[in-house]
Design a protein around this ligand. Sequence first.
Ligand code: CA
Length: 229
Amino acid sequence: MNHKILIVEDERPVREMIRFALERTGFEAQEATDGRQALAMVTDNTPDLILLDWMLPDLSGIELARRFKKDDHTRDIPIIILTARAEEDDKIVGLDAGADDYVTKPFSPRELIARIKAVIRRSSATASGEPITHKGLSLDPESHRVLAKDDSVEIGPTEFRLLQFFMSHPERVYSRGQLLDRVWGSNVYIEERTVDVHIRRLRKCLAPYGYDHFIQTVHSVGYRFSSQG
Ligand code: CA
C-alpha cells in the first residue's frame, strides 16, 4: 500500500523533515507551500491524507480544512492539522473544522507517523466495513451489530446508521443539518427536530452500558461523538 500524503506547509525545513519521515516509512509525499496550491493539487491528484499547517501565508489551515470538508470530492480525505498552538480552544476549532487529528509542533517524526497510521487505519476500516471500536463499544457494519464490551446492544436501524456515522467521525461536531445530510441523505425531507429524537433514542440504547455520554450535545452547534475524557 503506497499511501499518498499531501503536506501543506510553508516552512521548508519542516516540509523536508516530514517528507523524509514519510518516504522512509514507505508513504508517497506530495508538497504544497500554500492553500491555493493545495486546493489545485488535491483536484488533480487526490491524496489519502492531508497534513495541514495551521499558519499558512494565504488561507489558514482551518479555512482550508473547512473547504475540503465542504466539497464532495475531498470531504472523506482524512486531515491532520499541524500547529504550534497548544491551546485547547484551538484544538476544538481545528476538530470542528473537520480535522481528524491534531499534532502540536514541535513533534517528532515518529510521533507524526504514528498519528498518520492511526488515522489511515481508522478511515480505511470505515471504508472496508471492518468493525469500529471505541473504548469497548464496537460496531460491526457487516453483521449490523453493536457490542458494549461483550453485550449485544438492542438498536434500531436509524440509530445504528447514526452511531456508525459518529463512530467513523469521532471528535467532530456536526450540526443537525449536516447529520441529516450525511446519515439520512440530502434528498430526504425531514425536519431537523427528527435528529434530536433519534439522538435521544440512541442515548437510551447506550445508557444501560454507560456509553450514552459518548453522544455529546454541543450547545447551539449540534452533536459530537467523543470517547475522550
Ligand atoms: Ca506555517
